[in-house]
Design a protein around this ligand. Sequence first.
Ligand code: SAM
Ligand code: SF4
Length: 346
Amino acid sequence: MDDIVRARGGTTSVMIDPFGRSITYLRVSVTDRCDLRCVYCMAEDMTFLPRADLLSLEELDRLCGAFIRLGTTKIRITGGEPLVRRDVMKLFRSLGARLGSQPDQGLRELTVTTNATQLARHAEALHAAGVRRVNVSLDTLEPAKFTAITRWGKLDRVLDGIFAAKAAGLAVKINTVAVRGLNEDEIDAMLAWCGERGFDFCLIETMPMGEIDADRTSQYLPLSLVRSRLRRRWTLTETGYTTGGPARYFDVAETGTRIGFITPMTHNFCESCNRVRLTCTGTLFMCLGQDDAADFRGPLRAGADDAALEAAIMAAIARKPKGHDFVIDRRQAAPAVTRHMSVTGG
Ligand code: SAM
Ligand code: SF4
């Protein structure tokens, strides 16, 4: 296996799925816990996993190492809220130490998705560990609405986190889930706010994942509609820019920044999928919207060596499905997949 990676200069994944997609991007959910309860993501009285079920940070690091040897070039740490996991900076530091251009150190980017409640105290350490970009989830700039969407959150604390990240030299992208009737009237203002501060902005459609306390069909807002509304005020030009994810980016002439649209529901974002998702229990989901998964906690705890872990990863990649089956259907009461986004890690 090492020979193949070396022959490829460490830049191309040896993980090619049955549809010819090169799997170079690993998202790692380090906890299912969170200090917020966003209405589209979780029920208020969520039950979280017993701590014994979680992989240790060392186990997560070991698995990430196996993925990197097989050609993973980008790792995103997510959750739940990743920055509430105790000692998570240890994982950032050890993964950050693998960033480099050597053939056997093929990791090119380490990044994080966070709600920013804990970002003020971690921003400098993230930068020191090698993180250069952070995605912050923020659905509104109105304090009362922020608390309504997150149930428990305080907007000021999140804004402090965002500005600390900027001050620490991290590029910030604001991710906003577009929710019908909740923040659709604010999207213009958020684009302007991001533009003034040099933040890219990315809109996401809600996805039917996990039981929540609300009716998902009433939350769903198609981004095709949002984009045509935005075009009344902004000059949007589609670009080929990509961060290796499913967003379609447009330059915003008036701000000099970009806006991205992630449209799992209205646009099939599966064709160019380059990612798999590892949960905090060591379960690898090959697709966000399918239930098939591979367990790595069992082999890890049974003493599997590196070759066995790599073989198990390759076997899982060989099962990666073509795409998800999400539909927004008023007759369909149940979510498309029963696990919450906070389990698979967004
Ligand atoms: N807690 C962190 C945060 O909020 O950024 C990271 C995990 S969160 C699950 C990752 C992303 O998933 C967030 O941007 C969140 O808004 C989004 N998300 C959660 N549930 C979703 C759903 N049902 N549909 C679409 N996006 C969702
Ligand atoms: Fe927590 Fe992120 Fe889910 Fe909100 S979206 S409840 S911040 S995991």
